[in-house]
Design a protein around this ligand. Structure first.
Ligand code: GCU
Length: 649
């Protein structure tokens, strides 16, 4: 049965002309003479090609013997020669090349992707280089197997049995990542356990690093800032204390002795209760730099900008900018500051984070969330590429788009993997893992192109299927925005789990934990005034960009407190417009369910049913979101539902 384990690497047998062309081409894999020394990366490329081609040709393999379709693997062995690849065709066949061994693995995956999509092997011509050096997954996996904001079962990392036992899943995970160009993995939660830095865990991590190295993946660890005190026996973790500096240096040396290409540390400091340099009156730069010094030119410190403090009553959306921008230029060269896409926290829609472009002398990296904490988690279908495309293409007004700002550094995605057979809990969530990797490799790819590739490889190449399912995917995230938080509302999710609606919640200890803090609904209107008459968060953006954001209907209630009866460009009142948006969201989910219901003949029964059942949940919960939210707003504004805005039930 199809259980989704193979992800987009199914290599389902080709049919029709595409099959005939590949049979006629009759692929034979060859390795160039100079590449014959045992190299695990080239071996992985050969293995994947052999397996993939065999599978594409169907069982039993229908290739003719002795054919002419040579696929030559011919790559340089320069370890740092670059990751670009080319796949070219001439009379002798196909040649996969590039400066380093990993080029050939990436090229092999690109070739298989093209063939899977039905390309003609006689005319394939690809050349590609990653736009960003760091294409990284951040796992929020705890060593006890629980995954923070994970909706696909337990952690895929079996720390208990490592290093002695390496699950095959670790190899398939590396294959999946390599196939989309992901080259770095942080294996543990940003809310880190200090003991992950102890020797017993370094040994386990080494086993993973060794297994993943052939696939071009470097391992990183989330480090708890207070580790020198927690596990090091020191009385302090003050970054300016010489003993603390020496401790980090010795720790780094110990890790590099086991893992010579260890990537470095990811740190969440002074945020949501995590320890950090501010505990000692030091700055984020002081904290990051002491770890950077310990790693030296061997690795990188990735310091997260996701901070907000209970000691600060400024608009939460402004705190990271306020804390970090004054530190521009103070971070060591091997420090990266990792910034979430928006200034709050992975909401269905946020304006881009104002830090992008505002720290020209600091290496900034984008953090996206692949797991859907605030977007219906493991059940709602929401394809996130359009959201990432939106942020990547946003013009910062300060030296380029977000994509251009982060391109020299990279992109991190909070992983959505788990121990479920299909890795991501729901089948369509695989698309988000796929899209993240593809976009980090090439942020100029469109969400549509990526959805097309993914849907055809994952489910069916039938044009009717692709033409129906791709638009469904492309509209799915907007549907979530509309039924959860339309018109720029944010953080209306219930407390703790962030799943269902909770706009009425207003009694949590810290103001910015409460949905009421974000919606600011009262008898007159709704929305957070972030203009000069309010928090003035708008002023953190470059002036022309701020003007654009202030006028953008998608961010209306993010930046403005608007009267319920204020006229919208549609001619309707805000209240009628808002009700209309919730209805649009519900109707969009109904349409998604209809679209999917028509695909039965294209999809295997197991996955067809799984998706259909999730859509039934989503239909019910879109209504739950709409009806609960509207009832709450009505209890505040006393207004009836506008006539004619609700579609019949
Ligand atoms: C969100 C999420 C937390 C997570 C935090 C972070 O607030 O709810 O679970 O730890 O982001 O990014 O650090």
């Amino acid at each position: 049965a199809e259980d989704g384990y193979d992800l987009w690497l199914r290599y389902a047998p080709l049919e029709g002309e595409a099959l005939e062309r590949l049979e006629e081409f009759n692929p034979q894999i060859a390795v160039d003479l100079y590449n014959r020394e045992d190299n695990p990366t080239l071996e992985a490329a050969v293995r994947e090609l052999g397996f993939g081609l065999h599978s594409l040709l169907g069982e039993p393999a229908r290739s003719r013997p002795g054919g002419h379709g040579r696929i030559l693997i011919d790559c340089g062995s320069h370890p740092t020669g670059g990751e670009q690849y080319f796949v070219t065709t001439d009379r002798q066949g196909i040649r996969i090349g590039g400066p380093s061994h990993i080029s050939c693995l990436y090229g092999a995956y690109a070739l298989l992707r093209e063939l899977s999509l039905g390309a003609d092997p006689r005319t394939i011509n690809l050349t590609s280089a990653p736009a960003m050096p760091l294409r990284m997954l951040n796992h929020w996996d705890n060593p006890d197997g629980h995954v923070e904001r994970g909706y696909a079962g337990r952690s895929i990392f079996d720390w208990w049995n490592l290093p002695d036992r390496l699950d095959q899943r670790m190899i398939d995970y590396a294959r999946a990542n390599a196939s989309i160009g992901i080259n770095a993995v942080v294996v543990n939660n940003v809310n880190a356990q200090a003991y992950m830095l102890e020797p017993r865990y370094i040994a386990k991590l080494k086993r993973l690093a060794d297994a993943w190295r052939p696939y071009g993946i470097r391992v990183f660890l989330s480090a708890r800032f207070s580790a020198p005190r927690d596990i090091g026996g020191l009385p302090t973790a003050d970054p300016l204390d010489p003993a603390v500096r020496a401790w980090w240096r010795a720790k780094a040396d110990e890790i590099y002795a086991a893992i010579p290409d260890f990537g470095g540390f990811l740190v969440k400091a002074n945020s949501e209760g995590q320890p950090g340099p501010q505990d000692y009156g030091r700055s984020h730069a002081d904290g990051a730099n002491v770890l950077a010094e310990a790693l030296g030119n061997r690795g990188t410190v990735i310091w997260r900008a996701f901070v907000y403090s209970e000691h600060n009553d400024v608009d939460r959306a402004m705190q990271a900018f306020d804390e970090f921008v004054p530190l521009d230029g103070q971070f060591a060269p091997n420090v990266i500051v990792q910034v979430k896409n928006g200034p709050i926290d992975f909401q269905p829609r946020e304006p881009f984070h104002p830090m992008f472009g505002a720290m020209p002398n600091t290496r900034l990296m984008l953090e996206a969330q692949i797991t859907k904490e605030y977007l219906g988690q493991g059940t709602h279908l929401a394809y996130l590429a359009p959201m990432w495309e939106e942020v990547l293409h946003a013009d910062t007004g300060r030296g380029g788009t977000v994509a251009q700002i982060v391109q020299p550094v990279g992109m991190a995605g909070v992983a959505n993997t788990g121990s479920d057979r299909n890795w991501t809990g729901s089948d369509f969530d695989q698309a988000n893992w796929y899209a993240f990797g593809r976009l980090a490799w090439d942020p100029s790819l469109t969400s549509e192109q990526i959805a097309r590739e993914w849907a055809a490889q994952t489910f069916s190449r039938a044009p009717e299927f692709v033409e129906a399912v791709v638009p469904m995917m492309l509209g799915s995230r907007q549907a979530v925005v509309d039924y959860m938080t339309p018109l720029g509302l944010a953080h209306q999710m219930a407390t703790g789990h962030h799943y269902g609606p909770g706009p009425w919640v207003c009694d949590l200890a810290r103001p910015e934990w409460n949905p009421c803090y974000y919606a600011r609904a009262d008898r007159q209107g709704i929305g957070f005034d972030r203009t000069a008459s309010g928090s003035n968060a708008l002023a953190q953006y470059a002036p022309p960009v701020a003007a654009g954001l202030a006028a953008d209907p998608d961010y209306l209630l993010w930046f403005h407190h608007v009267g319920w009866d204020q006229a919208m460009p549609s001619g309707r009142s805000l209240w009628a417009e808002l009700v209309g948006r919730y209805d649009t969201g519900v109707a969009a989910v109904d349409a998604m369910a209809d679209t999917w219901a028509a695909q039965q003949r294209h999809v295997d029964p197991q996955r067809f049913r799984a998706v259909a059942e999730n859509l039934v949940i989503q239909q019910a919960e879109a209504r739950w979101w709409r009806d609960a939210s509207l009832a709450w707003w009505q209890s505040i504004n006393g207004l009836p539902l506008p006539e004619g805005t609700r579609p019949p039930q």
